[in-house]
Design a protein around this ligand. Structure first.
Ligand code: ZN
Ligand code: ZN
Length: 354
C-alpha cells in the first residue's frame, strides 16, 4: 500500500502537480485498503489522506493505516478547500473518467486550485498484480469453478434461466463470495446469440446449448468464467461450432506471454474463427483484465497496444454468435508468467451433454 502511494507521488513529481484527488471506488480501495462506499483519497507529494464522513471514520482508521484519516462534515467541498489550502496544494489532478460534470463544477467553484484532468494514473498501477492480489483472484476463480461443478448437477429441462442464475449465486455466496461479479448470464438456445444475455424467465429445452457466464467477488477481486453446455441431445452443428471456439481459445491461451500485445493475442483467436467462416460472428474483443473491477486493463482486442507483462491477469473468451440459432463462448482467466501463462480456471472445457 505504501509503495502504491509512493508511485503516485512520483507521478506527481514527474508531472509537476501538487496533488491528486482519487474518486474512482476501485482506485480508492487500491490505494487505501478501505472498503467503505464513501470516501476520497487525496495524495500530495509528501502525504496521503483518506477523507470520509462520520459513518466510516473508525473503519477507515482500521483499514487504511498508511493514510491520515480526515473527517469531512456536510460541506465536503468547503472542508476539502481548507485542507488543500493548509497543504499549499495549488495544482490538483482529478480523475476525468470518473468525476461527473456536477462534481467538476463544485471542484472548480469551491476550490482555490488549478484543476488538471488526468486518466488511468491508478489504473496503470493496477495492471500488474501483486502476490496478495493474485491469491485473492485465485480464490475468486476457485469459487466460480465450484459454482460450475455445482450448477451442472442442477440444470435440467424445465428449469428457467433465472432459476439457474439464482442457484449459482446462492451457491457461490455460500462458498465465501461476497457477491456475484456481475449480473449472471444464462443464455439458452437462440438466446445464446446474445453475448450479454442476462438470465431471463425462458425455460431450458432439450437439445439446447446453454451459455453460462458468471463470476464471484472475493475480498474485492472478481472472477469471470464462461462455459457452454448442451442439454440432452447434441447436434452436429453445435459440436462443430463448439470445437472451433475451443480451438481458438486454446490457441490464444498458448499465445499469452510477456512481450506480446493484446492485439496480437486477439488476432490468433480471430484468425482461426475467420478461417472457418465465422469471422463476422465474433463481434467482441477476445478478453480483458480483471481484478478490483470486472473489466479493467489490459484489453485483448483489435488495436489493444498494451504489452503483456508477468503479473497481468486477463480473460480469454472467444465466441461465435449466430442469430436465430444460438451461440458458444468459452472463457478462462489466465495469469501472465515469466515465460507464458498459467490458466487459473480449472473447470473442464470438454463439451458436456447434461
Ligand atoms: Zn465473462
Ligand atoms: Zn469476461
Amino acid at each position: 500500500m505504501q509503495q502504491r502511494i509512493e508511485q503516485v507521488q512520483r507521478k506527481l513529481q514527474d508531472t509537476g502537480l501538487d496533488g491528486i484527488l482519487v474518486t474512482t471506488p476501485e482506485n480508492r480501495r487500491y490505494l487505501s485498503g478501505f472498503t467503505g462506499t464513501s470516501g476520497f483519497v487525496l495524495i500530495t507529494r509528501e502525504e496521503g489522506y483518506l477523507i470520509t464522513d462520520f459513518r466510516y471514520v473508525e473503519q477507515a482508521r482500521e483499514q487504511a493505516p498508511y493514510l491520515e484519516i480526515v473527517q469531512h462534515g456536510q460541506d465536503f467541498y468547503g472542508d476539502l478547500a481548507k485542507l488543500l489550502q493548509e497543504l499549499e496544494v495549488r495544482t490538483l489532478a482529478f480523475e476525468e473518467e470518473h468525476v461527473t460534470y456536477r462534481q467538476y463544477r463544485k471542484l472548480r467553484d469551491k476550490l482555490d486550485v488549478a484543476l488538471e484532468p488526468v486518466r488511468e494514473w491508478i489504473e496503470q498501477l493496477r495492471l500488474v498484480k501483486s502476490e496478495a492480489e493474485i491469491a485473492r483472484l485465485k480464490k475468486a476463480v476457485k469459487i466460480a469453478d465450484e459454482g460450475f461443478s455445482h450448477i451442472v448437477g442442477y440444470i435440467a429441462v424445465g428449469k428457467t434461466e433465472l432459476d439457474i442464475s439464482l442457484e449459482l449465486e446462492f451457491y457461490m455466496r455460500k462458498q465465501g463470495a461476497s457477491g456475484a461479479a456481475f449480473d449472471i448470464i444464462i443464455a439458452s438456445g437462440p438466446r445464446g446469440a446474445l453475448p450479454h444475455g442476462v438470465a431471463s424467465d425462458k425455460t431450458i429445452q432439450k437439445g439446447e446449448l446453454v451459455v453460462m457466464d458468471f463470476g464471484a467477488v472475493y475480498a474485492g477481486y472478481h472472477s469471470d468464467i464462461t462455459r457452454t453446455v448442451n442439454i440432452g441431445r447434441l447436434g452436429e452443428k453445435q459440436r462443430e461450432i463448439y470445437d472451433i471456439v475451443l480451438e481458438a481459445q486454446q490457441a490464444a491461451i498458448e499465445a499469452v506471454k510477456p512481450g506480446v500485445t493484446g492485439a496480437e493475442v486477439d488476432q490468433v483467436a480471430r484468425d482461426i474463427i475467420k478461417d472457418k467462416g465465422y469471422g463476422d460472428n465474433f463481434g467482441h474483443g477476445l478478453g480483458h483484465g480483471v481484478g478490483l473491477a470486472i473489466h479493467e486493463g489490459p484489453r485483448l482486442a483489435p488495436g489493444a497496444d498494451t504489452v503483456l507483462k508477468p503479473g497481468m491477469v486477463v480473460t480469454v473468451e472467444p465466441g461465435i454468435y449466430i442469430p436465430g440459432w444460438g451461440g458458444v463462448r468459452i472463457e478462462d482467466i489466465v495469469l501472465v508468467t515469466g515465460d507464458g501463462c498459467e490458466v487459473l480456471t480449472a473447470s473442464t472445457k470438454e463439451l458436456l451433454v447434461l
